[in-house]
Structures are given as C-alpha cells and as structure tokens.
Unconditional design. Structure first.
Length: 326
C-alpha cells in the first residue's frame, strides 16, 4: 500500500471523520488510479469490518425518510452507539447533478458527536442506492460505527437493491397509502423485515387503519425467515412517538437473526452476490473498452436508433467484435 493510502487507512481506523469522508470519496472516484488505491485500502481495512448492524430504509418521496432517520439516529446516538447514515440522493437525468441536502435535513443528527452523515449521488444506479454504497458501508464499519443506516433515493417500487446489502430492510408507508390490495401489489413489501407507517400524528385513525391493513397483507405472504414475523408500526418522526419502539424492534431482529445464524448466512449470500455484480460490471466495462467495439458502437447505435437494424442484430455484431483478438 502506498504511504498516502496507508495514512488514510490509519485515519479511518482511528475514527477520524475527515479521513472517513476522504476514503468514501476515493472509492466513489471513477479514475482508474483511484480505483486501484481504493481496492488496496478496502483490503487493508477488511479485517476491521462486519461488526455493525446494517439497516436499509426505503419509501416513496414525501414519506418522511430523512425526518424519521434523524429521530432514530439521535435516539440511537444518545444511547451511546455510533451511527453512520449513508443517504443516497437522486441524480438529475439531464445534468447528472445531485442536491445532496441530507446534512441540511438532518441538522440535529449531523451535529451529534456519535453520528456521521454522508450523502452520495445515485448517478443513475438502479435500485435506489449509489454505485459504491457497499464499499461505504465497509469503510464506516472500519471507522467504528456500530449502526449503519442506508437511506435510498425513494423513487418507487424499484427500491430493492438496498435489501441485498443490509441486515434489515425497513419500508416506510403513509397513512393514506391505499387499501390492502394496493399494498399487496407493491412487490417491495415482500422484502420488508419491518413496515413503518410514518406521520401517524397527522391522522391517528388513518395510521392505525393502514397499520392493520399492511399487517393483514403480511399474513398472506410467506415469511422470509421462520425466526421473524415482520412487525408493522405506526410512528411519528416529527413528535418522536413510536421511535423508541421502532428501535426496540430493530434490536430484537438483530438478536433473533444472530442467535439463529441467519444473519451470518445472509451476509455470506450477499458477499457472493456482490462478487458477481462486480464481475458483471467489469465485463461490461471491458466490453466497452474493446477497440473493435469502440469502432463499431456509434455506427450500430445510430442504425438501431433510426430503425435500420434490430437491437438483437446489433448486439450480436458487437459481441462478435468483442471476440476479435481474444
């Protein structure tokens, strides 16, 4: 490892926020030399990872994710646990930019000495997470954060990638989100380890009705684990009502899944899935860098765009080009 990466690793292990922020910036970089240095850094820090609780939180825009995460994060931080929030903001399809305003929305949590908030752009990555969210989780663990919370973009039913990188997946809903049939149609609910009806303070009766409806839906679905029946809670992030009970359910989940060995097994499956994801990404990158593919790509793309060539024919030609000189 080069001296700069070694010093950065030492800073991360010492729990220095600035070093952790720089390390995440390094792994998020698309420059080849930065990627190589980031890989070296992650390998050095790997023995110091894996000892946190990883929590994923998703929900549609307006459901109050940031407000709830601040209330939950402050509650956990006040208990003495170090909390890291990895908040993913949507990137503009036009400019590619992101607002990255989560530190502003979570001002109270951002100022807590036991908390670290890192907003990252999605950059078009599907599933509501950033491309390097998994790496950021490992870095936060190495820095000594015992609770890692991943807040997704929240653009709809595609918010599923986070479930494949965390221990517990929490889905937020609104009191007036629809009836039982609408809830059942949302395939994301099958992935949830807990469902939270937020903004219960606005209409307590509607919140309780929504809670009962979602609970009924969950009884129709096969549980992901025999050790855990997903609870449905009604809370108010604004007033804090129900937040301690939410955290109690999280810790109960952690204890049950750890005791049964399912948490460890889940992480092993996620590690293998991550490996294949990295292989797929690297093969796609090598495909695009292939000289024969680069020579043909613009011509074939234009032909497909104007209808002169079918997508399947263009794909076959590009794949044949990629086999040249191999």
């Amino acid at each position: 490892m080069d001296p700069a990466a070694e010093a950065l690793a030492a800073g991360v292990l010492a729990g220095e926020r600035r070093a952790l922020a720089r390390a995440i910036t390094l792994v998020e970089s698309s420059r080849r030399e930065h990627q190589l240095r980031a890989q070296s850094l992650l390998e050095a820090l790997s023995p110091h990872t894996g000892r946190s609780l990883r929590l994923g939180v998703s929900g549609a825009p307006g459901v109050g994710k940031s407000t709830l995460l601040e209330a939950l994060g402050v509650h956990v931080a006040e208990e003495g646990r170090r909390v890291a929030v990895l908040a993913v903001d949507p990137s503009s399809a036009v400019s590619g930019g992101s607002i990255l305003g989560d530190k502003t929305r979570m001002e109270r949590l951002a100022q807590h000495p036991n908390a670290f908030i890192r907003p990252s752009p999605s950059r078009g990555t599907l599933g509501g997470v950033a491309e390097k969210t998994r790496e950021a989780i490992l870095l936060c663990e190495a820095a000594g954060y015992g609770v890692i919370i991943v807040e997704t973009v929240g653009v709809g039913q595609s918010e599923v990638a986070v479930a494949g990188m965390v221990d517990m997946f929490v889905l937020l809903q609104l009191p007036h989100a629809g009836d039982e049939l609408q809830a059942l149609k949302k395939g994301i609910i099958e992935l949830a380890d807990m469902v939270v009806i937020n903004k219960a303070d606005l209409d307590a009766r509607a919140a309780e009705l929504a809670r009962a409806q979602v609970q009924n839906v969950l009884t129709l679905l096969a549980p992901a684990s025999p050790e855990w029946a997903p609870p449905v809670l009604a809370v108010s992030a604004l007033t804090g009502a129900g937040v301690p009970g939410l955290w109690n359910e999280v810790t109960r989940f952690e204890a049950a899944m750890t005791a049964s060995g399912e948490l460890q097994a889940k992480r092993r499956r996620q590690a293998v899935d991550w490996m294949w994801g990295l292989i797929d990404a690297e093969l796609r990158a090598r495909f695009r860098r292939h000289p024969s593919v680069r020579d043909s790509l613009d011509r074939l793309t234009a032909a497909v765009s104007r209808g002169a060539l079918t997508p399947s024919a263009a794909a076959l030609e590009l794949l044949a080009a990629a086999r040249e000189n191999n």
